[in-house]
Design a protein around this ligand. Structure first.
Ligand SMILES: *[C@@H]1O[C@H](CO)[C@@H](O)[C@H](O)[C@H]1NC(C)=O
Ligand SMILES: *[C@@H]1O[C@H](CO)[C@@H](O)[C@H](O)[C@H]1NC(C)=O
Length: 186
């Protein structure tokens, strides 16, 4: 009787609930997925690398009680953006902003930061324009997703999404982060 009840329950649940664990990571969107006929909105895909050097040095505010997850720690960010993974590849701009630790309890969480970052292009096809990305950053996740919330220059009225992965990590804390940014703008 119990098995019949469970079977019925499964039938009543929508497939998304039953297979919630098997949902795949989001795939990059094909070009112009959100473009509507007659709309002036355009789509730009940007692939770049962030060269992070001495990441813990610009800690400007320490959170309360030396929290082990860095809750309340504020770190200033100013890193080179390059075209390739190698730090000597073409410099196309800088990533400038700040991160703040937002997870407090080591029993329930790992370090999670809230980021506000500007990608300011100083060379290449987007020279002179900026994109602002924000969001929740669980630092130990293999892939992080941040919102594109706006931009300037060629990226006025921007919105979109971005994926970030650590490509190489150094014992000194230095790392190279790869960014895949999908921007819709006018
Ligand atoms: C980028 O733009 C700035 C001014 O916006 C200009 O001074 C500079 O020469 C440009 N760089 C390149 C490589 O085009
Ligand atoms: C690690 O960082 C040091 C200091 O910046 C640098 O000299 C070295 O090349 C880096 N190694 C790797 C594998 O990135």
């Amino acid at each position: 009787m119990a098995t019949i009840k469970i079977f019925l329950l499964l039938l009543l649940l929508p497939p998304t609930v039953i297979f919630a664990d098997s949902v795949a990571a989001p795939a990059p969107a094909p070009d112009n997925i959100f473009e509507k006929p007659g709309s002036l909105e355009r789509y730009t895909y940007i692939h770049l690398y962030v060269q992070i050097i001495n990441p813990t040095q610009p800690l400007v505010v320490r959170g309360p009680n030396n929290n082990p997850l860095g809750f309340g720690n504020m770190i200033m960010v100013d890193n080179p953006l390059t075209e390739g993974i190698d730090s000597s590849s073409k410099l196309i701009g800088r990533e400038q902003g700040y991160t703040i630790g937002i997870s407090r309890d080591p029993v329930f969480s790992t370090t999670i930061n809230f980021l506000t970052l500007n990608l300011a292009f100083t060379d290449g096809e987007h020279n002179g324009s900026t994109i602002t990305v924000m969001g929740r950053d669980p630092v130990f996740n293999a892939q992080r997703e941040l919102m594109v919330v706006g931009g300037t220059g060629a990226f006025r009225m921007a919105r979109g999404y971005s994926f970030w992965t650590i490509d190489s990590f150094n014992i000194t804390g230095n790392s190279v982060v790869e960014g895949n940014i999908h921007v819709f703008h006018y």
